[in-house]
Design a protein around this ligand. Structure first.
Ligand SMILES: Nc1nc2c(ncn2[C@@H]2O[C@H](COP(=O)(O)OP(=O)(O)OP(=O)(O)O)[C@@H](O)[C@H]2O)c(=O)[nH]1
Ligand SMILES: [Mg+2]
Length: 382
């Protein structure tokens, strides 16, 4: 890894110099504001390694970045790399599956509302156990295997490769389409979610990517006046990226700033992280009930399934349009993410894969989530 220090006036200038001097693959390791002889500068440390980190929304799965010296984890990493390769092939070959996937989607729509239990045996039971081990809830695992049980003809029931490929299609088909921020239309998005999940960091990542990468006009508003200094975090990011920032102390101020930024493509609103309780969420819902403001729910992939379920239930008050999952790099188990998407019927938009701003964010992908969930399913006959 090659590392270099830069002293610049804005992140934009830094990005240009880094690109020029270190190449397309370089990325920012750290940034801090410094003052020299009364003049303000930003000191940037940039690095370059094999993996491409910028421009935005890397397509390589989050998990590949995990580093650990322990043999077990290295083995796991090797499996994941293999999975990534498989994923790439699957992604290329998905076109011919489209009709089949449409049929399965229909079937899922009908059967996911029924909840009768089934006894599975043989390979169907292995698949059911695998899903439970990955953190998929009993009722969802039951429904998936039931669909397989109904659909798979007798001649294929012992063919493990056929079962695996059918399972892949069933899991994939159960996921709603991904909904990304569409840079082609004006959007005002309030990021809501529990304390410490990564709302502010995610806003910084998206702002940098849409402003520097996609050349969109982005403005930030914080309504986080609840904790002392909370808005400073977003303000610092705004000044590093080179975009405007405002702090709204009440709803009237928020409306005033929305008017002020009326000609911006994207306005991101950072909200106070709260312990999810109904009364404070009702207050947030009232505060954010302004024409044109949509809500994006930020959740952490490290939260237990049962808690995610309760959080989702509570945040229904805010009617979020889609979900961002953060900290995908901190988990090895994706059943909770899958359960949340299936139960809430909400689309995923992005997921984040580390603490680095702006690079640790990706557009979510149903294919990748399916692969992550099924990455360790046994090969061949069992
Ligand atoms: N490992 C990892 N850490 C993350 C990720 N996203 C955010 N974090 C870290 O999570 C911590 C909390 O991030 P914030 O952005 O301040 O979270 P927040 O939701 O705004 O917090 P509150 O405003 O207090 O509710 C910080 O240390 C971030 O660096 C991620 O994808 N992976
Ligand atoms: Mg915050």
């Amino acid at each position: 890894m090659q590392i270099k220090k830069f002293k610049v006036k804005s992140i934009k200038e830094a990005m240009e110099r880094i690109k020029e001097e270190m190449g397309e693959d370089a990325f920012i390791l750290s940034d801090k504001q410094i003052t020299e002889k009364g003049e303000k500068w930003i000191e940037i440390i940039a690095a370059v390694e094999r993996e491409s980190a910028y421009p935005p929304f890397r397509t390589s799965p989050a998990i590949v970045k995990i580093k650990d010296d322990e043999g077990k984890k290295i083995k796991e990493l090797a499996n994941i790399v293999k999975m990534v390769d498989e994923f790439r092939t699957q992604e290329l070959n998905i076109e011919p599956l489209k009709e089949e996937i449409k049929d399965i989607k229909e079937l899922i729509k009908k059967s996911f509302h029924k909840s009768d239990n089934f006894d599975f045996s043989g390979k169907f039971y292995d698949i059911y156990r695998y899903l439970l081990n990955e953190g998929v809830s009993e009722s969802i695992a039951n429904k998936i295997v039931k669909i397989m049980d109904y659909q798979i003809p007798i001649k294929y029931r012992d063919n493990y490769d056929y079962l695996k490929s059918f399972l892949w299609k069933t899991v994939y088909s159960a996921l709603p389409d991904v909904k990304v921020i569409d840079g082609s239309r004006k959007q005002i998005i309030a990021f809501v979610g529990p304390t410490g999940v990564g709302k502010t960091t995610t806003i910084a990542k998206l702002s940098a990517n849409y402003y520097l990468g996609e050349q969109k006009k982005v403005a930030l508003i914080s309504v986080d006046n609840y904790r002392i200094g909370a808005q400073e975090q977003l303000k610092t990011y705004a000044s590093l990226i080179g975009i405007p920032f405002a702090l709204a102390n009440d709803k009237d101020e928020l409306k005033k700033y929305l008017k002020m930024f009326a000609d911006y493509d994207l306005i991101f609103i950072d909200t106070t992280g709260r312990k999810p309780d109904k009364d404070s969420l009702l207050r947030d819902a009232e505060f954010l009930d302004i024409k044109g403001v949509e809500k994006l729910l930020v959740l952490s992939a490290t939260t237990k399934s049962i808690d995610l379920l309760k959080i989702m239930e509570l945040y229904k008050i805010l009617n979020p349009t889609s979900i961002i999952f953060t900290k995908m790099d901190e988990t090895f188990n994706y059943g909770n993410v899958f359960n949340t998407i299936i139960n809430s019927k909400k689309s995923l938009s992005f997921w984040t894969t580390g603490q680095k701003v702006p690079e640790d964010i990706e557009i979510a992908s149903s294919q990748k989530l399916t692969n992550l969930l099924l990455r360790s399913i046994k090969n061949g006959s069992s």
